[in-house]
Design a protein around this ligand. Structure first.
Ligand SMILES: Cc1cc2nc3c(=O)[nH]c(=O)nc-3n(C[C@H](O)[C@H](O)[C@H](O)COP(=O)(O)OP(=O)(O)OC[C@H]3O[C@@H](n4cnc5c(N)ncnc54)[C@H](O)[C@@H]3O)c2cc1C
Length: 610
């Protein structure tokens, strides 16, 4: 495939769509039927992985300055979305390329050159090995050792459960290099181990575990027995491992939104397809008002999820150092929007949601199971919310201290961005969040907006009222943070018993949850304001935004919430995008043409990597 440099992210997504072909065509390597059959056999989808590699997927994980095609964070989002909508097993197995990001964050110039060349050669399968069987999310309690010995380290211990644990070529891991005098936070160092370069000792795979979803993935482990590696395998300074790990996760959590968007699209599409052809009561089942509204609401949630994801991708370029808050918010909220949809869509599909066979809409069942992993791995929902809760006092303190900022680059999807510099990500962003900071300026901009076709004075007034409410909600949530802190100041948690050192007040976690919902609403508001001049009437007239802002929590909706005319409008739009083979999206992004064969496999000459 020709290198796709300089293309927009949407054009790149369309190019990959064309390359992979229509997933309804069974003979394509990434077909729905093939994905389901392999999943039933717990088989790694190797033909699909090969097809993705032949596109040059790996190149999008190496920065341009190092010879790769990583130009825009949004490219990774869109490519992941294209793959995940077909088969999460392929997306999750192959997007481990993203872990090489640790080299761009923590590696020195020599390491960066070396690993960039390695990834660009292709065939690299990294895995991220942080988790240990006995310690789960408590990474500081890890026991894997990396004993310094001259110009080598001796690695010993087991990592589990690890995606690609057995089948990886490279392992990014944390190992203890400190001793009993080293502070707990500085005990571990980060290593990027090329398994073919281990000097002596053994590295073995730990058997795969059967899983609820991702049944074709290699969810296993990796064990090191006195494995000697050169000191050049260490990324960053000794003792810097935990900090580097957290910084890397803040970026990869943000990219997880692409997985959610991909599965979310297919779940809605398969249910909408089925119910449009299902004849009940003398008409298609999707005309039953309950069904129409459910599908309309699910569609609306995907639009909001997309806005939150796109703004986060832009934020990665513009406000990289703020992602200690943003990365967690984006991952949790986008997964919540899609997970809530999956429950509603399961109910709306009916009995078939429980059936696994391809001819009974089995793809929905698979997506439901596979998509559920996003809120579990790479920092589970409780872990992300806990991290947010701990930063709320800083957020409350920093809020309102931003100077005049031009918010166009953040929200205008056409605006140029500075280069993505992942090394700028910080473990603590000092409570800053550009999305929340932009809200007063967005409100001012809305105040200046004149009525136009499709957006009359009445709707403008409603939107202005809703925008002001957002500001009120934000202020109230931040005030709650201060109240909670005051109510516990100086107390040694008398209600708590036991030995756990984790003491985050659940009330703060609740505030973090509500802030996540608010964040997505502000992101949708900003995207609407800055793009309504170039996107079509459905987008510009803001009816969808009004409906999204009217939800209490943006991912939650109940039947009867939507006015019938709004439900019909959303439903019609969703059906138009379905009929036109476009993504469920605020902007036009074309999917592979119906019946399209994949490129490359029929034509051996053109399968060379970009
Ligand atoms: C399919 C799959 C693939 C995975 N791939 C990888 C991988 O490639 N690499 C890797 O390193 N790991 C991987 N993992 C492990 C994953 O990241 C786990 O989430 C992690 O090990 C934490 O374990 P746990 O969720 O079982 O929770 P535990 O740490 O056992 O915690 C149990 C429960 O305690 C609560 N809890 C824990 N911490 C907090 C907190 N800070 N605040 C509030 N509540 C908390 C939560 O309710 C949590 O569910 C994978 C897991 C799965 C299922």
């Amino acid at each position: 495939m020709e290198s796709s440099r300089k293309q927009s992210s949407t054009a790149l997504a369309e190019a990959l769509e064309g390359w992979l072909g229509d997933p309804e065509v069974e003979s394509n390597a990434l077909s729905f039927a093939g994905a389901l059959a392999l999943d039933e056999r717990d088989e790694l989808p190797s033909a699909g992985i090969d097809q993705v590699r032949a596109f040059g997927f790996n190149r999008y994980f190496v920065p341009e300055r190092l010879g790769g095609d990583l130009r825009a964070a949004e490219d990774i989002l869109m490519l992941t979305r294209v793959i995940a909508r077909r088969d999460m097993n392929v997306a999750v197995s192959e997007s481990t390329q993203v872990w090489m990001m640790l080299a761009w964050i923590g590696g020195d110039a020599e390491q960066q050159e070396k690993y960039a060349a390695t990834v660009l050669r292709g065939g690299v399968v990294p895995c991220l090995a942080y988790s240990e069987p006995g310690h789960g999310a408590d990474l500081a309690a890890n026991r894997f050792t990396a004993a310094p010995d001259g110009d080598q380290y001796v690695l010993s211990g087991e990592k589990w459960p690890i995606n690609r644990g057995r089948t990886s070529t490279h392992v990014v891991l944390l190992g203890i290099t400190g001793d009993e005098h080293t502070p707990a936070k500085r005990q571990q160092s980060m290593f990027l181990v090329d398994r073919s370069q281990v000097i002596s000792g053994e590295v073995t795979g730990v058997p795969r575990v059967p899983t609820y979803g991702l049944r074709g993935c290699d969810i296993s482990g990796v064990a090191f027995d006195n494995a000697r590696v050169d000191t050049s395998a260490r990324l960053g300074a000794e003792g810097e491992g935990l900090e580097l790990a957290l910084r890397g996760l803040l970026i990869t959590r943000t990219f997880c939104t692409g997985l959610s968007l991909g599965t979310g699209d297919t779940m809605l599409r398969t249910v909408a397809d089925f119910l449009s052809g299902r004849i009940l009561y003398d008409g298609p089942a999707n005309e039953i008002p309950y069904v129409t509204e459910s599908l309309a609401n699910a569609y609306l949630s995907l639009l909001v999820a997309e806005c939150e994801s796109l703004v986060a991708m832009r934020g990665l370029h513009l406000y990289t150092e703020q992602f200690s808050i943003w990365g967690n918010l984006a991952k949790v909220q986008v997964a919540r929007l899609v997970d809530t949809n999956s429950k509603v869509l399961a109910r709306t599909l009916g009995a078939r949601y429980f059936l696994r066979a391809a001819e009974h809409v089995g793809t929905f069942q698979k997506m439901l199971r596979d998509g559920a992993v996003v809120s579990v791995f790479d920092g589970s929902e409780p872990v992300c919310l806990d991290s947010l809760a701990l930063q709320l006092p800083a957020l409350a303190k920093a809020h309102g201290h931003d100077g005049d900022t031009d918010w166009r680059p953040l929200y205008d999807l056409r605006a140029e961005l500075p280069a993505f510099a992942p090394h700028r990500v910080s473990v603590f962003g000092r409570g800053r969040d550009a999305t929340f900071a932009s809200l007063p300026a967005l409100i001012d901009r809305l105040a200046e907006l004149a009525p136009s076709e499709g957006l009359d004075e009445d709707r403008l007034a409603v939107l202005r009222g809703q925008a002001t409410e957002l500001q009120g909600e934000l202020a109230a949530l931040l005030a709650r943070v201060n109240e909670i802190r005051r109510s516990t100041a100086g107390q040694s948690s008398p209600a708590r018993a036991g030995t756990s050192t984790k003491s985050t007040d659940p009330r703060l976690i609740r505030v973090a949850e509500e802030l996540g919902s608010l964040h997505a609403k502000v992101a949708a508001f900003g995207v609407w304001l800055f793009n309504r001049d170039h996107l079509d009437g459905f987008f510009a007239d803001g009816e969808w935004l009004r409906a999204a802002l009217a939800r209490r929590q943006v991912h939650q909706y109940e039947v009867g919430d939507l006015e019938q005319a709004t439900a019909q409008r959303l439903f019609t739009r969703m059906n138009e995008q379905r009929a036109d083979h476009e993504f469920f999206s605020v902007r036009p992004v074309r999917m592979a043409e119906p019946g399209a064969r994949e490129t490359g496999r029929d034509d051996e000459e053109s399968t060379t990597a970009a």
